[in-house]
Design a protein around this ligand. Structure first.
Ligand SMILES: Nc1ncnc2c1ncn2[C@@H]1O[C@H](COP(=O)(O)OP(=O)(O)OP(=O)(O)O)[C@@H](O)[C@H]1O
Length: 373
């Protein structure tokens, strides 16, 4: 076991490489370089790959870093939610993924398209064919003077290719899939809020996009209607295989998806994964949610504010490498820490017990649902 005083003495050993200290031979450096070249690129198999994404806005001479090196991978066919406090950068990210805004730095790829280098023509094609979006404000999703059917066929018409009869047939199939047949010839003001949002989903799916992005799609709806709209997203995901990313404050939506990613201060900070587990003894199935802190590619970790706050952690912390976890400790003068903790080679609690995994002081997130940081 290392102690806090061991830190910084042998970076390679601390990193667990087991490599001897001292300069590496030329052959060793060549071997490492070759291994690095063979390693697949970050996010090579993801449909959405954001790599250290930065977006800086300048307003009245003041810089706002809306995204501060955000990493996010979304697999093809996933239905996932993004949550986060107001101002954390969710809409900024969605606008970039929608091709409406360009990041200041970093890399972002969606379905093989590079969002930083696309020219205006490629960007238009991207918005028409690769991504569909559903916004919170229904007025932004639908044209008020068109019927439901016309709203859905319009994107098909704009991208060209299909004949009128084929467009109508494809639109009717979408309406039927989302239980909107009865709305076919109505205009938006003749639809309920939920029907409007489901129509917006049909419009967004019109050109069979790889990705559907939704920013607070249930924000203006009551919980029952929100549930119906979420069911429409699930249907699109299951029947068409569309990858779906939903930004939401709605805990019901966030807890129905398999993965919820929380954004804090312009970075992904934690992730809740849900999976069904079967009890070996009873055979009963239950949904288990586990919250993880995100470790970015440069090794940065955002500790939950309630953990650091409860232990008065500020500015710097002590790290301790154990065989199966890393301990994170408040920075207290060594004497004070030792006096309170008693003797021994590692920090202990008041009862002289070493901390267990799941203890906030270990820095290991416990089992919890809801990741809105
Ligand atoms: N066009 C802009 N000009 C200047 N600052 C901006 C601009 N757009 C966003 N910001 C700032 O960037 C930060 C992130 O904003 P963003 O809208 O992405 O947050 P959000 O998580 O979507 O918030 P909300 O949940 O309230 O919509 C905020 O501090 C915001 O004020």
């Amino acid at each position: 076991m290392t102690t806090p005083s061991d830190h910084g003495q042998d970076a390679s050993a601390a990193a667990g490489t087991g490599a001897p200290a001292g300069p590496a031979s030329l052959a060793e450096l060549e071997r490492r370089a070759a291994a690095r070249r063979r390693r697949p690129a970050y996010g090579h198999d993801a449909l959405i790959a954001c790599d250290r994404l930065v977006r800086v806005f300048t307003a009245d001479g003041v810089e706002v870093q809306a995204l501060q090196g955000l990493d996010l991978l979304v697999a093809e066919g996933e239905l996932m939610a993004l949550v986060g406090a107001s101002g954390s950068g969710k809409s900024t990210l969605m606008n970039i993924l929608a091709g409406l805004d360009v990041p200041t730095a970093g890399a972002a790829k969606v379905a093989g398209r590079d969002l930083l280098t696309m020219d205006a023509g490629a960007r238009l094609g991207y918005r028409r064919e690769v991504v569909g979006f559903v916004w919170q404000q229904t007025a932004r999703n639908l044209l008020p003077y068109l019927t439901t059917l016309q709203n859905v066929t319009l994107p098909m018409q704009l991208s060209g290719g299909r004949r009128r009869a084929a467009r109508t047939k494809a639109a009717e199939r979408l309406l039927s899939m989302l239980s909107l047949d009865h709305c076919r010839d109505r205009r938006p003001h003749q639809l309920s809020g939920g029907e409007q949002q489901r129509t917006a989903i049909a419009v967004a799916l019109a050109n069979s996009p790889s990705v559907l992005l939704a920013d607070e799609p249930t924000g203006e709806l009551d919980s029952h209607t929100a549930e119906q709209v979420f069911t429409a997203f699930r249907t699109a995901n299951e029947e068409l295989g569309t990858t779906i990313v939903i930004v939401t404050h709605d805990q019901a939506v966030a807890s129905e998806v398999r993965r919820t990613v929380a954004i804090r201060d312009g970075r992904t900070s934690s992730e809740v994964l849900r999976r069904t587990e079967r009890d070996a003894a009873t055979g009963r199935e239950s949904l288990v949610a586990r919250e993880y802190a995100m470790l970015d590619r440069t090794g940065r970790l955002q500790l939950p504010a309630e953990y650091t706050g409860s232990l008065g952690m500020e500015h710097r912390v002590l790290l301790e490498l154990e065989s199966d976890h890393i301990g994170v400790w408040p920075d207290r003068p060594a004497d004070e820490g030792r006096a309170e903790e008693g003797s021994g080679d590692g920090p202990e609690d008041e009862a002289g017990q070493a901390p267990e995994p799941g203890d906030a002081r270990t820095g290991m997130p416990g089992t919890a649902d809801g990741a809105d940081a």
